[in-house]
Design a protein around this ligand. Structure first.
Ligand SMILES: Cc1cc2nc3c(=O)[nH]c(=O)nc-3n(C[C@H](O)[C@H](O)[C@H](O)COP(=O)(O)O)c2cc1C
Length: 552
C-alpha cells in the first residue's frame, strides 16, 4: 500500500509536492474544502490524504485555534521560565489561545515562544505589545565560536555567491571517485545520531543504478537542547547547500530537498533566500557552470512532528504519507524518496562535508580518532556562564568543554541530558570522566548524539524528568509499533498516577516496560527513551527511593 502511495506521489514529484499541498490546504481552510481535488489529482483515496493530514500537530484544528505557543522542550522546562511566560501570554491573548511547541531551539536563553509565524525568547516577552502590533523588535543572537584546531564548520564561511561559485567550479572538474575517496579518508561520520560513515553512504548511492536519485537534507532538528543545525541553516546556508550540491554531483542526482521543521521560520527564510540567489546566478538548475550537471533544490516545511527527523519517517512525510517509520532494509541509498536511491544527510554532516572538501580531509582526520574524527558543534544551555554553540575538536575533555569553553555553571546542577530526549542523563561526576567522543559516551551507557547539553538543576525532581520523557515519547511516537505506541503511554500513566499521589511507582513493572521498549520498538524514538530513564534509575536511586516500590 505505502509503495503504491510513494509511486503515485512520485509521479508528480517534488515540484508540486503532495505534503506541501496537503499542508497548505489544511492551513488555509477550516473544513475539508479542496481535499477531494488533491486526492483526485494524485489519484489517491480521500482517506489517504485525510490520514496524512491528521498525523501532524500543526494541521490539527485544536492547534490552529491558538495564537501563541510556548516552548515545552527540556531546556526551557529545566529553566523554569515557561509557566510565567504562559501566564503573561494568556493575559494578553486569552486563556484558550496559548498552546505549546516542542523545542524552538532557544535553549541558551529560554522564555521561548512562537507568535504569528515568528519565534521569540529571552527578554522579548517584555516587548509583547510591540510584537502583537506587528512591530519588529531587536532580538539577541546565539553566541557562536570555534575552538577547533582547524574550523570546518564555523570559520572559512562560504559567505557569498562568488565563493560558492569558485569552489563549485573547482569540484565539478574533480573525478567523483576522488571526492568519495577524500570523504572516506576524512573519517566523517553522520552527525544526525546514527553515526554512519558519510563517504560510504555517498559511495553506496553512487553505485546504485537508477536514472533518478535524490539528495535529502535532514533539517528537522527536534532534539531539545540542540540549536546547532539552526545555527548552520541561518548563519551558513551556502555551506549546507554546497554539501548537497557536491553530494548530488557525486551520486548522480538532479534533484534535492531540504526538509526544515516549521518551528524554525528564520531557517526557512535563510534557505529560501540562498536558493533563490543561487538560481539567479545559475548555480542551481540546468547545466550548472556550463557542465552536464543539473541540480534543483526544493524546500519542504515540517508541520510539528518530531518523528520526521527519523529518515524513513522523513521520506514518508515528503511523499505525503503519514510519517510512520519504515522497516530497514531497504535503506534509503537503494530505495529512498519515491522509492529511488537517496542520500539522507543531516545539516551538520553536509556542512562538514563541504568544510572537509574545501579545507582538506587530512586536517579533519588528524583531529580525534578514526570513529570520532574531526570537529563537532556542541550546544550549551542557559545554565552555563557562556551559553551558545561552539565548534570543538572531537576528543576534547568534557571538563574543558564545560568549565573552560562553557565558563562553568551559574546554578547547582546534578546531571546533564546530552544528545536530546533520547540521549543519556549523565551525572555531573560521570561527565567529568569523559571526552567528546561518540564511542566513549556509548561505552559509559550514555549517547553523545547531536551533542546538545540540557542541564538538570539540583532542585529539579528526577520523577518529573522521567514523566517529561514518557510524556514526550507518548506524544511523539508515530504509533506504528505496539511497544512504542503502548509502552510510552503506559509509562506516562505510571508517572501520572504517582503525581496524582494515588500510587508509588512499581520498579519491577517499570523495568519490564523499559526492557520491552528497548528491545521491541521499531526505531530509536521509543527504543532509546529507556536509556535516559535507566540512567536516572541507576544514578539517582537515593533521590527516588521513597517514591518507588521494590517488589519481589
Ligand atoms: C527518532 C529519531 C529522530 C531523529 N531526528 C533526526 C534529526 O532531527 N536530524 C537528523 O539529521 N537526524 C535525525 N535522526 C537520524 C536520521 O534517522 C538519520 O540517521 C540521519 O538523518 C542520517 O544523516 P547522517 O548520516 O548525516 O547523520 C533521527 C533518528 C531517530 C530514530
Amino acid at each position: 500500500m505505502s509503495r503504491n502511495i510513494s509511486n503515485l506521489s512520485g509521479r508528480i514529484g517534488l515540484k508540486k509536492n503532495l505534503f506541501q499541498k496537503i499542508s497548505e490546504r489544511s492551513l488555509n481552510s477550516k473544513n475539508n474544502d479542496g481535499m477531494k481535488e488533491i486526492a483526485d489529482e494524485y489519484k489517491m483515496g480521500l482517506s489517504t490524504i485525510h490520514g496524512a493530514e491528521s498525523f501532524y500537530e500543526f494541521l490539527r484544528p485544536s492547534h490552529r485555534e491558538k495564537k501563541a505557543f510556548v516552548c515545552n522542550g527540556s531546556a526551557c522546562m529545566c529553566a523554569g521560565t515557561q509557566e510565567n511566560l504562559k501566564n503573561k501570554l494568556k493575559d494578553k491573548l486569552g486563556k484558550d489561545k496559548v498552546g505549546e511547541m516542542f523545542c524552538l531551539g532557544y535553549c541558551y536563553e529560554n522564555n521561548a515562544f512562537h507568535y504569528n509565524g515568528e519565534n521569540y525568547a529571552g527578554k522579548d516577552i517584555n516587548e509583547i505589545d510591540k510584537i502583537i502590533n506587528g512591530e519588529t523588535i531587536i532580538q539577541e543572537k546565539f553566541i557562536s565560536k570555534s575552538f577547533a584546531t582547524t574550523s570546518f564548520l564555523m570559520d572559512n564561511k562560504l559567505s557569498n555567491i562568488n565563493k560558492f561559485k569558485d569552489n563549485l567550479s573547482k569540484f565539478l572538474k574533480i573525478d567523483k571517485n576522488e571526492i568519495i575517496k577524500s570523504l572516506l579518508s576524512s573519517n566523517l561520520t553522520g552527525r544526525g545520531g546514527a553515526g554512519f560513515p558519510t563517504g560510504m553512504k555517498w559511495d553506496f548511492c553512487s553505485k546504485t543504478k537508477s536514472k533518478k536519485k535524490y539528495v535529502v537534507c535532514n533539517a528537522d532538528e527536534g532534539d531539545s537542547g540542540a540549536f546547532s543545525d539552526r545555527y548552520l541553516l541561518e548563519d551558513q546556508p551556502l555551506k549546507v547547500i554546497f554539501g548537497m550540491v557536491v553530494c548530488a554531483y557525486v551520486i548522480g542526482s538532479d534533484e534535492g530537498v531540504l526538509y526544515i521543521r516549521g518551528e524554525y521560520p528564520k531557517s526557512i527564510e535563510a534557505l529560501n533566500g540562498s536558493i533563490n540567489s543561487l538560481k539567479e546566478a545559475g548555480l542551481l538548475g540546468e547545466k550548472i557552470l556550463g557542465t552536464d550537471f543539473s541540480f534543483d533544490l526544493n524546500i519542504c516545511i515540517g508541520q510539528g512532528a518530531y518523528i520526521c527527523g527519523e529518515e524513513t519517517a522523513l521520506i514518508a512525510s515528503i511523499e505525503g504519507r503519514r510519517a510512520e517509520v519504515d522497516v530497514r532494509p531497504p535503506f534509503p541509498v537503494t530505495e529512498g524518496l519515491y522509492k529511488k536511491p537517496t542520500v539522507v544527510n543531516n545539516v551538520e554532516t553536509l556542512a562538514a562535508a563541504a568544510g572537509i572538501l574545501i579545507n582538506g580531509a587530512e586536517k579533519f582526520s588528524a583531529i580525534g580518532n578514526k570513529k570520532s574524527a574531526g570537529t563537532k558543534l556542541v550546544c550549551l544551555d542557559s545554565f552555563f556562564n557562556n551559553p551558545g554553540v561552539y565548534e570543538i575538536d572531537m576528543g576534547t575533555p568534557m571538563k574543558k568543554v564545560f568549565y573552560e569553553i562553557g565558563g562553568g555553571l551559574n546554578k547547582p546542577i546534578k546531571a546533564f541530558q546530552i544528545g536530546g530526549p533520547l540521549g543519556g542523563v549523565v551525572p555531573i561526576k560521570e561527565v567529568e570522566k569523559l571526552n567528546l567522543d561518540f564511542q566513549e559516551f556509548t561505552s559509559a551507557g550514555f549517547m553523545l548524539g547531536h551533542a546538545s547539553v540540557v542541564s538538570i538543576p539540583k532542585d529539579f525532581s528526577m520523577i518529573d524528568y522521567i514523566h517529561h520523557l514518557f510524556e514526550f515519547s507518548a506524544e511523539e511516537s508515530c504509533g506504528k509499533c505496539f511497544p512504542g505506541r503502548l509502552g510510552s503511554y503506559r509509562g506516562k500513566e505510571m508517572f501520572d498516577q504517582f503525581k496524582n499521589k494515588s500510587t508509588k511507582i512499581p520498579l519491577k513493572l517499570l523495568n519490564e516496560l523499559l526492557i520491552t521498549m528497548k528491545k521491541g520498538c521499531l526505531c530509536a524514538l521509543c527504543g532509546a527513551i529507556p536509556t535516559p530513564i535507566m540512567n536516572i534509575l541507576k544514578y539517582f536511586g537515593d533521590e527516588l527511593k521513597n517514591d518507588i516500590v521494590v517488589e519481589n
